[in-house]
Write a protein that binds this ligand. Structure first.
Ligand SMILES: Nc1nc2c(ncn2[C@@H]2O[C@H](COP(=O)(O)OP(=O)(O)OP(=O)(O)O)[C@@H](O)[C@H]2O)c(=O)[nH]1
Ligand SMILES: Nc1nc2c(ncn2[C@@H]2O[C@H](COP(=O)(O)OP(=O)(O)OP(=O)(O)O)[C@@H](O)[C@H]2O)c(=O)[nH]1
Ligand SMILES: [Mg+2]
Ligand SMILES: [Mg+2]
Lengths: 279, 293
């Protein structure tokens, strides 16, 4: 007769490999493996077939949060969403997607082109604004990003917008002056609209490795963070780094990006995400 | 740091002067963690540690340095050897045909910016007269982005409305010849290695433009997935080299080791900032110590 295989080290090694290959990270993977060993010793798990489900369920619990996937809403409109992150992660494209998501809920949305630095950044956001048929507030290239944000907040109030989404230039978290600039943009929004920015989303590229933790930590210090948009999950990367980020910084994933079109956005589903991690 | 951790381990083991098999295994376990934390691919790490273990066991003890220093030296030498040596020289066409360079890679890795940086590098180091080719017709304002960069360098940007990328790249050659440009740099749209149609398009561009050099532009902060995309781009295009971008951040850059190990193709250049002049030649020894941490 079979009771089911004993939990063997070879199986645990295989699980560790899956976790590390999913960018979960060595430390987080080790602690998850330790949890499994303890659960086995305390007879919470009694055979191998329960092991994977135990691990998945524990991960799903870690990623869930109490007001699942809800964007914060300002007590009175507009709700200001600030989008931040390092270079090339998908901020501008994600803004178009989130705007589309909100428009489908019959909300009035406006965008602010506060990336005044990168070549053709304003043009890129302007094209998205045209496709969405919504207003964009932009100054000339090279203008002060905080001034654009201030101007946009003013306009969003005057035009009675439900949401104002502010695009910022990609910036490496190691650049102190750029992080200061970001803090200033956030402060300026708050001066114009009480409580703004009500939502600060960091866009993380799903292909990013352990450096995502340093990114999230530093951006959180500069502008606070209320959520993550995990982009490019339509590739082969698993984005497991969000597990460690939730664990040590308590920032939840709110959306995932699964393509380059404005419809390619999904509200984060922890169950689906964890199941995909193990396939 | 790794050296501090190794010193701690060897002190605990009471290691004295001699590199034994057991303290090598213990030390390399720590190296394995360091490499994984640096985003080196799991399988690449396994193969590397196996290889280094064999080499370390056969090693004679160097009296003048501690066991932990010796392990680091062996690992660092092996890592540098894996990623190098790098030949930074560029082969240009000996005849009158323009030399064609092509940039490929995942979305947002830094291709468009690297086209401009590489153009400036060729202008400065080799006195070349580059033509930038805007073959990304799908990303909003991609052509405009390249035009802005071209203007900063005062070099022409070729674009042709109504044509698909392979045809645009094909026609850029005649345009270059007619306008005395001896070098062509093709900017392509970012794409996923698993998008069959877009990978076919890249093959099409290669067929129609016949580039002498194809660079995979790769983001230094990429994690375990680096080998998947690098492998596919290499098998589709037979890349000639890699440009690793955003090394001005604090990502350890283990992807560099993974990509070299899996494709065998050298990392030749690095992006070290957002400005056009932030472009450097790749040095394996510096990368090795950055990865080891
Ligand atoms: N496949 C895929 N591509 C994406 C996704 N999100 C964004 N992209 C692509 O990634 C590239 C970079 O997107 P951007 O929106 O310009 O990124 P960004 O963060 O605003 O870039 P910077 O402003 O330069 O820092 C573009 O080619 C996008 O089409 C996604 O979810 N999936
Ligand atoms: N800090 C830093 N930023 C870089 C570097 N190289 C590129 N970038 C930035 O990374 C972002 C993406 O660069 P792009 O050149 O638009 O990337 P791309 O690969 O052409 O993007 P797609 O065409 O959408 O695939 C921009 O914000 C660039 O300024 C670098 O070496 N360091
Ligand atoms: Mg942008
Ligand atoms: Mg580009």
């Amino acid at each position: 007769f079979t009771f089911g295989r004993k939990i063997d080290n070879e199986l645990l090694d295989k699980l560790e490999e899956i976790l590390i290959s999913a960018d979960v990270g060595v430390e987080t993977a080790s602690s998850l493996i330790e949890d499994i060993k303890k659960a086995y010793e305390s007879k919470t798990i009694t055979d191998t077939s329960q092991l994977l489900d135990y691990l998945k369920n524990s991960l799903k619990k870690k990623l869930a949060f109490d007001t699942p996937n809800m964007l914060n809403t300002a007590p009175s409109p507009p709700t200001v969403i600030l989008v931040v992150g390092v270079n090339g992660t998908g901020k501008t494209t994600s803004i178009a997607k989130i705007a589309n998501y909100l428009l489908e809920q019959d909300k009035k949305v406006m965008l602010a082109a506060s990336d005044t630095f990168r070549a053709a950044a304003i043009e890129q956001l302007t094209i998205w604004g045209q496709r969405l048929n919504i207003n964009i507030i932009a100054h000339k290239s090279g203008a002060d990003p905080a001034a654009v944000a201030f101007d946009a907040a003013d306009s969003a109030l005057a035009k009675k917008m439900d949401y104002l989404i502010v695009d910022t230039a990609g910036r490496l978290h190691t650049k102190v002056n750029l992080m200061k600039e970001l803090s200033k943009i956030s402060d300026v929004l708050g001066k114009k609209i009480p409580g703004a920015p009500h939502e600060v989303l960091i866009v993380l590229d799903a292909t990013t490795g352990q450096n995502a933790i340093a990114q999230a930590k530093t951006f959180k210090e500069a502008s606070k963070l209320t959520g993550i948009v995990l982009s490019k999950l339509d590739g082969t990367a698993k984005g497991g780094i969000v597990i460690a980020i939730k664990k040590c910084l308590d920032v939840p994933v709110k959306f995932i990006g699964i393509g380059e079109k404005m419809e390619d956005l999904e509200v984060f589903d922890p169950d689906k995400f964890i199941d995909a991690l193990f396939t | 740091s790794l050296s501090e951790r190794l010193q701690g381990i060897f002190r605990k083991l009471g290691a004295r002067g001699k590199l034994t098999e057991s303290n090598i295994t213990e030390g390399l376990r720590e190296v394995r963690v360091a490499l994984l934390e640096a985003d080196v691919n799991y399988k690449v790490v396994k193969d590397f540690i196996d290889k280094v273990t064999q080499r370390a066991v056969g090693q004679e003890v160097i009296r003048s340095i501690t066991p932990s220093q010796q392990i680091i030296k062996i690992v660092s030498d092996e890592l540098t050897a894996l990623m190098g040596p790098v030949d930074h020289s560029i082969a240009f066409n000996a005849n009158n045909a323009p030399t064609v360079f092509m940039m490929v890679g995942l979305q947002g890795s830094g291709k468009t910016t690297s086209c401009a940086k590489f153009a400036k590098y060729l202008m400065k180091k080799y006195n070349r007269r580059p033509l930038l080719v805007a073959a990304d017709i799908q990303r909003p304002a991609a052509i405009e982005q390249l035009k802005v960069l071209g203007k900063q360098l005062d070099i022409p940007v070729f674009t042709k409305a109504g044509l698909q990328p392979p045809q645009i790249c094909h026609e850029s050659v005649k345009f270059a010849e007619q306008n005395m440009r001896d070098t062509i740099i093709l900017d392509t749209a970012g794409r996923l290695h698993v998008n069959q149609e877009l990978m076919d398009e890249l093959r099409d561009i290669k067929r129609r433009a016949v580039p002498q050099h194809i660079f995979l532009v790769s983001d230094a902060m990429t994690g375990q997935d680096a080998v998947n995309s690098a492998k596919e781009f290499n098998s589709a295009m037979d890349i000639t080299g890699v440009i690793m971008t955003k090394l001005d951040g604090d990502a350890r850059g283990g992807a560099a080791m993974s990509i070299k190990a899996i494709t065998g193709k050298p990392i030749k250049f690095t992006g070290v900032g957002e400005k056009i002049e932030n472009f450097e030649e790749f040095h394996p020894d510096r990368m090795a110590s950055r990865i080891l941490g």
